[in-house]
Design a protein around this ligand. Structure first.
Ligand SMILES: [Zn+2]
Length: 433
């Protein structure tokens, strides 16, 4: 039999366990019938009789990727056990007074089992602010999970927390290794479907990001992976209407951090009209006006990150750009780039000077001293939230708290106007004019 401890707090289908393991497990029905539907008890989805198997049972299509379950089966789980009490925090850094105050409030709230939303501007240093709370949890032998809808954010968090905490940490995503029992789990939100009443503390980073936002299945996963007396913390730079509603109803308490860690204001985007549309992106020629902006930026020698709303055309745009700037090292990444992590690293250490990216880099990444251009900022993929996040990539370093930030567009739209307005508004809340 496998090491039983790796099963604690986790949920399994019948076919995933041998008979020996099943003896140690507790069960719940895989589905609950609510005529005319069958509700999946792993992911909460409604299934109609259309999803029938030859034996007449109904299976859940939504969470099929985690192993098929049908209405005639049971789900198996192993009750979570406590961990050894450990002192795992080895981070030596200093919080700013703003971060310290949020960190203190967060620790107090989690102690009182209050659910929290931390609304912190981009570049506020959210990650360091949760260290105190994580440390408290681990010291009590409790289980914590830090999750994000975006796999790249998880990878980045794993890198940082592996450095700053000495305990074992499990990193779970679609292509990760299998789970090894550890008091701290870093995972994509989907992976929570594999857990059952497992965590005392659940921290969701980038809670407003796709695919989490408005996804019922992932919200269900959140509810079920948490112990009944567990606490949840949401982190975001761009709150959602749903979260704001929960705050109004008193289900969530809000902590606000309106200052970046270096205490300088957010960089406000400049909007520039440009005769450039995706249809024309195919052609080799780039607009003279745009090239003037790029040349000027290149004189500064700061790295340039250019957001582009289309994978295929972005690749061709990058090829054109290379022809105009043959001496620069220019590259392109999207969710489809297998080597995107290496490229991100190369951009960070200066081997790549200009990086064209889809919205994949809109959040969760820091490139010190970077300037940012957005092409076709009025494209539908660039929502208000995406634009605020993208803008937040600029001015994150202590050495260069400012930067050039331009939204190129061929028609101002609501998302651009709102993003600019909200950035100014956040600066105002932070005490800047
Ligand atoms: Zn399901």
């Amino acid at each position: 039999m496998d090491n039983l401890k790796n099963y604690y707090g986790r949920l399994w289908t019948e076919s995933q366990l041998d008979d020996d393991l099943k003896k140690h497990a507790q069960t719940l029905p895989a589905m609950t019938e609510k005529f005319p539907y069958f509700i999946c008890n792993r992911c909460g989805s409604k299934n109609s009789r259309d999803n029938s198997l030859p034996d007449g049972s109904v299976y859940c299509r939504s969470c099929l990727v985690f192993g098929r379950i049908s209405s005639r089966e049971k789900l198996f789980y192993f009750e979570q056990q406590t961990f050894p009490e450990i002192e795992a925090l080895r981070w030596q850094g200093q919080l700013t007074p703003f971060q310290q105050s949020v960190s203190d409030s967060l620790r107090k709230a989690v102690k009182n089992k209050e659910n929290i939303l931390v609304h912190a501007v981009t570049g506020a240093g959210k990650t360091e602010m949760i260290y105190g709370t994580l440390d408290d949890t681990l010291r009590q032998g409790k289980a914590a999970a830090l999750v994000s809808p975006r796999v790249d954010v998880c990878l980045e968090l794993y890198k940082r927390l592996s450095r700053d905490f000495s305990c074992s940490i499990s990193l779970l995503h679609g292509e990760s290794e299998t789970y090894e029992r550890s008091p701290l789990v870093i995972a994509t939100t989907h992976q929570l479907l594999r857990f059952y009443q497992a965590f005392d503390l659940l921290i969701v980073d980038e809670v407003d990001a796709f695919p989490f936002v408005d996804n019922k299945m992932l919200h269900y996963a959140l509810d079920h992976c948490l112990k009944s007396d567990g606490t949840r913390v949401y982190l975001t730079a761009t709150s959602t209407e749903q979260l704001d509603r929960q705050i109004k109803q008193g289900q969530l308490k809000k902590l606000h951090l309106a200052r970046r860690f270096h205490a300088k204001p957010l960089v406000v985007p400049q909007t520039v009209w440009l005769n450039f549309s995706l249809e024309k992106a195919d052609k080799q020629k780039l607009p003279a006006r745009f090239l003037r902006y790029v040349r000027k930026q290149r004189q500064s020698r700061f790295p340039l990150l250019i957001f582009f709303p289309h994978i295929e055309l972005g690749l061709r745009f990058t090829e054109s750009l290379k022809k105009y700037f043959p001496d620069e090292s220019i590259d392109f990444i999207s969710s489809l780039s297998p080597d995107r992590l290496e490229k991100v690293e190369q951009f960070r250490n200066g081997q790549i000077q200009m990086l064209v990216s889809t919205t994949i880099l809109e959040r969760g990444v820091t490139f010190p001293g970077v300037d940012v251009f957005v092409m076709v900022a009025n494209h539908r993929l660039f929502t208000k939230t995406a634009l605020i996040q993208i803008a937040g990539r600029v001015g994150r370093s202590q050495n260069r708290p400012t930067g050039t930030l331009i939204f190129f567009h061929n028609g101002l739209n609501k998302a651009i106007k709102k993003a600019v307005f909200e950035i100014k508004e956040m600066n105002r809340k932070g005490g800047f004019k």
